[in-house]
Design a protein around this ligand. Structure first.
Ligand SMILES: [Zn+2]
Ligand SMILES: [Zn+2]
Ligand SMILES: [Zn+2]
Length: 175
């Protein structure tokens, strides 16, 4: 049972698995045959830059990946993998730009047009300080590990040597 309520009869909606992935079906079935997509497309309030009639929607693909596409699909097939921003490209004046976040490059605002290379850094990548921390931790672990083994081995050897030496020494004197 999902948290969604049927918009036709008010009964709870059940999550079902279908040919095209998960969807919501009314629990009052077969009296009510209402079905809904599991993830409702979210309107972004950004006009589609291609057909200029539709609006960009946040959707989830069959494989759970979020993408952004025109609500006039299949009439307009404009789609982006990165969240669009209602800010025109200053270089080619394409009506929208996209926000792309990667571990390597941080967050950048870029032009989604293939023939345009406009890009602006918004948040620099945070990879470098994180990498330093992990190497520091690893080094510390290694050091303590070698200390422990060295500490254990060293006294054990010494006492063993002392004992044998102590045993041998009086024996020699007696003889
Ligand atoms: Zn229903
Ligand atoms: Zn469109
Ligand atoms: Zn551009």
């Amino acid at each position: 049972m999902s948290e969604e309520k049927c918009d036709k009869c008010g009964a709870g909606m059940l999550i079902k698995m279908g040919r095209y992935g998960k969807f919501l079906a009314c629990s009052a079935y077969p009296e009510c045959k209402n079905i809904q997509p599991l993830e409702k497309p979210k309107a972004l309030d950004i006009a589609c830059p291609q057909c200029k009639e539709g609006e960009m929607m946040e959707k989830k693909s069959r494989y759970g990946k979020i993408f952004y596409s025109c609500n006039r699909y299949p009439k307009c097939k404009y789609a982006l993998w990165n969240p669009p921003k209602a800010e025109a490209c200053p270089k080619c004046s394409w009506p929208l730009t996209e926000i792309k976040t990667t571990k390597r490059w941080g967050t950048v605002q870029r032009c989604p047009q293939e023939e345009c290379d406009w890009e602006k850094e918004l948040i620099p990548p945070v990879k470098k300080p994180a990498a330093k921390k992990t190497t520091a931790k690893k080094a510390a672990v290694k050091k303590t590990a070698t200390k422990k083994t060295a500490a254990k081995k060293a006294p054990a050897k010494k006492t063993a040597v002392k004992k044998t030496a102590a045993k041998k020494a009086p024996a020699k004197k007696d003889a």
